[in-house]
Ligand binder design. Sequence first.
Ligand SMILES: Cc1cc2nc3c(=O)[nH]c(=O)nc-3n(C[C@H](O)[C@H](O)[C@H](O)COP(=O)(O)OP(=O)(O)OC[C@H]3O[C@@H](n4cnc5c(N)ncnc54)[C@H](O)[C@@H]3O)c2cc1C
Length: 378
Amino acid sequence: MSSGLANSGDCHDLIVIGAGLAGLATAAAWVDQEAGSVLVLEAERFPGMHSSGRNAGMMRQVAEDPSITEMCLRGTELLEQRFGRDSCQFKRTGSLLFDAHGEISPDSWKQVLYENWSSDQVKACFPELQHLPPGPARFVPGDGVVEVPALIGDLIDTIVSKGGHIQFGTRVGKVSQSASGELSLPEVWNGEQRHTDPDQYRARQIVIANGAWAQDFSRSSGVEIQIKPTNRSGLITSTFDIADDPRPWIWAHEPGWYLRPSAQEYLWSSCEEVAADPGSDLALEDPWERLLRVTESCWGDISQRVKPLSHWVGQRSFCPDRRFLLGPDPRMEGLHWAVGLGGHGVTCSLAVGEVVSSGLLGHSIDGHWLWAPERFVD
Ligand SMILES: Cc1cc2nc3c(=O)[nH]c(=O)nc-3n(C[C@H](O)[C@H](O)[C@H](O)COP(=O)(O)OP(=O)(O)OC[C@H]3O[C@@H](n4cnc5c(N)ncnc54)[C@H](O)[C@@H]3O)c2cc1C
């Protein structure tokens, strides 16, 4: 699938490598500002083949790290502006969070509106729970769910309708810079075939938004960073008999599971974090067996009440300090990053696009996100 090739010989104002949520949101923010031409290059033939198509679609505002919480709040605001408050793409269903060991910083909680819920309130909402997870129950009314395929489609529409180009099935090997400062992509493959026109892929600025592949790519381009992909599974099951919809999603940091309920099906994860190679979809153990084990203390034996319908494994990629890497890299002028979105890339995608595109326009970016050697001491 391609939305049209840019003309050979053009020097693009911007090339974005990777059409996951990070790359698409960046390109969409760029075309919204009418900032110049943009070409997005994506290795896969279809959008959403990796993390951006293998997540839970939960919009969670409070993160462990207060600066990521700020980004999540802005991301949520932008999602609401884009889709409206209660649309089929975006719904504020609320969430119920249990964080027994205080993994979420108090400075994160200070930024988010929440209510402390009694055990009676929790049980009224989730009568299927046999025992409450440990820790205080906090209800966050502003959290919700996002229909991610609709978000991806909407971002692609924005880019293409405003003159941007997206080329699928195009894998980039590295970025290089000439003595005159021009950025180019000397190694590009369309499917199995190496591209031979050296002039086609030149740009004034380039954004690397290639998720789990960022570390290998950074090495071949001579601007090394460390990013670790980790695998996490998701499962779809049938529902308990309760058909209340919408209910908040519920997340227990300890023992480590979440559930996004809907009237038709339940989406679960047992919150594992398993180091893996980029693109791997291996689970360390059977996802259903693991889910049964981690949910037992709260839900009892769920195999008696729901049927597993499908499962998948996706990757969350982290910088060593678990903060995103966004904005210009001082080691190569014109090169920018949009990687390391970890488990927040759905909620934060539009905010990430906003920040990265403002960096492309020369505005300053909060130092939390920028490349600095001390951030990449592994
Ligand atoms: C199980 C699971 C559940 C999650 N749940 C949530 C959630 O509920 N809420 C939330 O906010 N976040 C969630 N996330 C996190 C979210 O999915 C990610 O943060 C986000 O999708 C990352 O987007 P990305 O664009 O950085 O990466 P990706 O979607 O992986 O995109 C990177 C793209 O770059 C392409 N690419 C790679 N190398 C090259 C190359 N050399 N040339 C060209 N293209 C290249 C890849 O093919 C890929 O399409 C979850 C993640 C997982 C795994």
